[in-house]
Write a protein of this length. Sequence first.
Length: 329
Amino acid sequence: MNKRVLITGAAGFLGSHLCDKFINEGDFVIGMDNLITGDLKNIEHLFKNPDFDFYHHDVSKFVHVAGDLDYILHFASPASPIDYLKIPIQTLKVGSLGTHNLLGLAKEKNARIMIASTSEIYGDPLVHPQTEEYYGNVNTIGPRGVYDEAKRFQESITMAYHRFHGVETRIARIFNTYGPRMRLNDGRVIPAFMGQALRGEDLTVFGDGSQTRSFCYVDDEIDGLFKLLISDYAYPINIGNPNEITILQFAEEIIKLTGTNQKIIYKPLPTDDPLQRQPDITKAKEILNWEPKISRSKGMKRTFEYFKNLTSEELLKSEHKDFSNHIRK
């Protein structure tokens, strides 16, 4: 039977792709976003769809949705350092107050809720690769702590609602994800490198570039998230690609992909920047029968094509479209 699904952070990168996924499944989707980092262009193609509705709302405030709900997917949060360092209080509030509000809604509606946790709960890990059993190494008072601790609290309150109230919960620990609809200026490494390449600038590597990341293409990520949602597993599961690469190697890949001849320049490593990031996805393989399928070379080509199109005059003009008729307050 068709489901009614609430997706918070619906105008963001992952949230908009989740909206597409559930619309394609034949479900009715209620998107919710305060647009502090989201962009309505990501979901404008859904506005005329009778199975999609959008509410401009901050989930840190009381959340009301009329009618039944089957699933709630809480993906509202700034997700890049450039954002959560700029709006630290809002980041903490959406992870705490926002999660509390949505767990209360899930309890009221008898709905299953999935929260978007993150690999950042592992901090700068002392265990490699990171398994779900690892408790993490996080600086609670460092500049990144506003995001890391918001997500750690989010997991704790979610499990409290699961154990105390019997709410059906799912916790996705999301590792670095990339693909179309990322913001070119969001500060994360893939749009940063691709933006620099498109502008003819040198690529900026922080530290000596030996720090590692593991990048998962968005289509694979959405597939993993969906499989987790419909599973019977209530505890955290890593959803990411275990194919690890150093930032320096990745910069060289971007130069090769873009056909540019930019140099690589080095700047000091930001405070508490993780030196290693690689998911252990044993649980995802065994419990969800999921693992990434799209190679980095293929995913990067698709992503670069998206960013190249973003620089065209036609798409730049689309930033000024009026979406007011499609927004519910």
